[in-house]
Design a protein around this ligand. Sequence first.
Ligand code: NAG
Ligand code: NAG
Length: 563
Amino acid sequence: MFKSLLFSLTSLLIFFPAKHISSQLFPLPNFPSLLYSGTQGEWTLLHASIGISAMHMQLLHNNKVIIFDRTDFGRSNLSLPGGRCRYDPTDTVLQNDCTAHSVLYDIGTNQYRPLTVQTDTWCSSGAVLPDGTLVQTGGFNDGDRVVRTFSPCIDDSCDWIEFPNYLSQRRWYATNQILPDGRVIVVGGRRQFSYEFYPRNPPAPFSSSNSQSFNLRFLLETRDYDENNLYPFVHLLPDGNLFIFANTRSILFDYKQNRLIREFPQIDGGDPRNYPSTGSSVLLPLDENSRGGVVEAEIMVCGGAPRASYGQAVVKLFARALSTCGRLVVGHADPSWLMEDMPLPRVMGDMLILPTGDVIIINGAESGTAGWELGRDPVTRPIIYRPSSQIGQRYSIMAASPRPRMYHSSAILLTDGRVMVGGSNPHVYYNFTDVMYPTDLSLESFSPPYLLAEYAAVRPIILAIKETLGYGESFKVSFRVSEYLSSSMVSVRIILPSFTTHSFAMNQRMVVMKMQGVYHEASDTYTVVGVGPSTAEIAPPGYYLLFVVHAGIPSSGMWVKIG
Ligand SMILES: *[C@@H]1O[C@H](CO)[C@@H](O)[C@H](O)[C@H]1NC(C)=O
Ligand SMILES: *[C@@H]1O[C@H](CO)[C@@H](O)[C@H](O)[C@H]1NC(C)=O
């Protein structure tokens, strides 16, 4: 249908210059609301095995993805290079291990190389600093207070660097968020009702505070019998405060003064959304073009498992997952959750913001919970959610992958708009056979329908952008497109790539940039003029992927350093 619509638009264009086409023809900003009908995206197997299970993933600004699992579950299927081994007397399973538990994957060549982690990274967290260095925090056992960094390099020389005992507390199942001043906040962790920072606070007298760790009572209060408050959903809001969601509750929190500003109503239904009743959450795109100049923040939480599901799953009663999402406008005077039904129930789903501003919900299961052997009925069909479409027209079901992606699977957005999926390790060990859902070492990519070749005519191709962009600074992006429709159908968006693990894409955010105009340069070449993000609270400093979207079809992303 879209094809014929496009065809008629193209013929219209022959008769009318672009400015005569009424924007009423197009339900903006997601112009082709018919886009997903009939076409359902495409799965590609990138590697049958990368040797490890993609439990944690982060895209870096040199187009490489750092991937790692854990060190405490035996030999992986990839040897460390040069006969290197890891000797760890405290490891609970294998003290002398000559296999890798981390790889660096190169998007351009589809190759990967092993990396070396020394201490246990199981169920850890991470964030990328403004200079592009990944800071990864905590884990289990000998890794639970370790900070590890990985700085991208142009050759093959870079590897993990570890800082033992850096953290003041054990951080296992914590959540990280990059802050406007370039620091990282590390929130919670199993039996940790507190937060701390990287870099850590300097000791007195250089700091007003002697403390490295600050109490967060909310995490204690939201811990129930099954816990259900691990990997809390943390989002940095445009006002500089944090939104923190745990179990069924959420707060607006001033981390600078360790002050609770307000508590929001509980999410409707009273069912938990955090590990092990793992749902997911995103901060919906922040739009700098919004009326009145106020950038409104809206949170969306989807899926999870009914209360007490974890205990039931342990005795092999696998409850049906939640099929609801809730949306909350945090700045509303009287905020309340707007609940919607997903077409499929899902626990352990990943939520990623696509370049179009839509949200893909991918991976996970239809029943059970997170944890060893506790999930059943994989949901192999992603859904795409269009936040600004009318209720009832927001969800589209995509094509199914042949592979279950259960506990310890993950997903990230790639530079070209594909979604990369990997992992699934629902066992204590690397069990590849004789189990219900074998540990999965494969990498797949999912291409959303906007990547179809039939949209090539309207797809923008970015020709040039600035490498760095300051706050409030105007910018130009030149692009080429063969069938230009109208300036009202052009937008520029930046995405901060996520650190994804356990169904939560930490640090993920999209900013829709303020637009000033689109100018025709020559034949099929155009320049869009816009303004960089207004503040570091809206877009904390760092490397973002910039996309030009035209008629609902995104360009490939280009890296831009904000701040
Ligand atoms: C492990 O690697 C070998 C090749 O090195 C491959 O044949 C085998 O299928 C891999 N096993 C798994 C479970 O991926
Ligand atoms: C997984 O493999 C380990 C040994 O590698 C074995 O002891 C364990 O029983 C297996 N787990 C299952 C669920 O089969």
